[in-house]
Design a protein around this ligand. Structure first.
Ligand code: AHM
Ligand code: MG
Length: 336
């Protein structure tokens, strides 16, 4: 059987449904190539000297791992010169990165978490790259891009995707016409289409949450998890299973494949922050993919992609996955 490559898939999308503009196709191919390079570095581990931490902290006050910074550099360098972008923003950079003047500029904005699940790097557990693409607002007279141009709700995303670096290296992508999955053929170095219409099962018996935070949760989350733990004898009348990889990419990839619900809710540890995960380059792209696969993504009370951001690095409470289970969690929040 001849399988399609990423390039073929994108050309067909461009021809048939007009969902992929030529500039967007170039953008996706460049990001995918950068992900291949990151995956290669991840795979070398100690042999490539890529494990361990640096002295530095990122804007969120988190210690940066070597691979966080390397992956950020790979994405920046790959995307600077192609002429498809106006600017980039990343979890690892405090402010936006406009395309330098020596290169032509395009109409799109690229946001990324270059290496998600950093705590898993040194223990050889799946990690990933998450990215989101927005259209830059039109400016008169070539005015410079600003951070405010990035502050668009998730519903404005043109593309979202992630690469997961696990036993297989995969790329999961939406251009707003369903979700396609590509597996890296490591011999050929090609992304090969392995699922052209990923759908999340509507129901599930599997939840994903960091249970060690239970004492800090808000009542609706506590009540829902208590009911899950009560199993067949409890009000939900089914036995649940639990998984927590501590890498959002890997946890979301699992639930996209076999159903599930993933939660990183607000909690009392840092009451002034809406949650741990970042809206613009973690929650929004994952929400776009999950919704395109027939699932739901909410904060508990509202749709994540409806949030009007006011900061590049703002955080958000996240509940996403199988449609009926997310609706169930929402009913716990509504009853609060
Ligand atoms: P990171 O972007 O610094 O890696 O942080 C995000 C990660 C998510 O991938 C994961 O869901 C969560 O943080 C794990 O948090 P915890 O260590 O509290 O379990
Ligand atoms: Mg992350």
């Amino acid at each position: 059987m001849t399988r399609k490559t990423l390039t073929q898939y994108l050309v067909e999308q461009q021809r048939e449904s007009g969902t992929v503009a030529p500039e967007v196709r170039l953008l996706i191919e460049v990001v995918a190539r950068a992900c291949k390079a990151i995956g290669h570095a991840v795979g070398k581990g100690a042999l490539g000297g890529v494990l361990g931490s640096l002295e530095s902290e990122n804007v969120q006050g988190e210690v940066q791992k070597k691979l966080d910074v390397m992956s950020n550099d790979i994405l920046l360098e790959a995307n600077e010169w192609g002429g498809h972008l106006a600017a980039m923003a990343s979890e690892e950079m405090e402010t936006i990165h406009p395309i330098p003047n020596r290169y032509p500029k395009g109409e799109y904005l690229l946001l990324f978490d270059p290496l998600d699940g950093s705590s898993n790097i040194d223990v050889n557990v799946s990690i990933g790259t998450i990215f989101s693409v927005l259209k830059a607002p039109h400016k008169e007279g070539g005015q410079a891009v600003t951070e405010a141009d990035f502050l668009q709700p998730g519903s404005s995303q043109v593309v979202a995707g992630y690469a997961v670096y696990g036993p297989q290296t995969m790329l999961v992508l939406t251009v707003g016409a369903g979700v396609a999955v590509f597996t890296l053929d490591r011999e050929q170095g090609a992304w090969v289409l392995t699922n052209d219409n990923l759908q999340i099962p509507a129901d599930t018996k599997e939840f994903s949450i960091n249970m060690s935070n239970m004492r800090h949760w808000d009542t609706p989350v506590k009540r829902y998890i208590d009911d899950c733990l009560a199993g067949e004898e409890g009000p939900l009348a089914k036995n649940y299973n639990m998984r927590w990889i501590a890498s959002m990419v890997a946890d979301v990839h699992r639930l996209l494949t076999r159903g599930g619900i993933f939660m990183y809710p607000w909690d009392k540890r840092e009451p002034n922050k809406p949650g741990k995960l970042r809206l613009m380059y973690e929650a929004n792209p994952m929400s776009f993919i999950v919704e395109q696969a027939g699932g739901r993504a909410i904060t508990g009370t509202e749709r994540i992609m409806d949030i009007q951001p006011d900061q590049l690095h703002q955080r958000v409470s996240v509940v996403l996955g199988s449609r009926n289970e997310v609706d169930r969690v929402k009913s716990y929040f509504d009853a609060k």
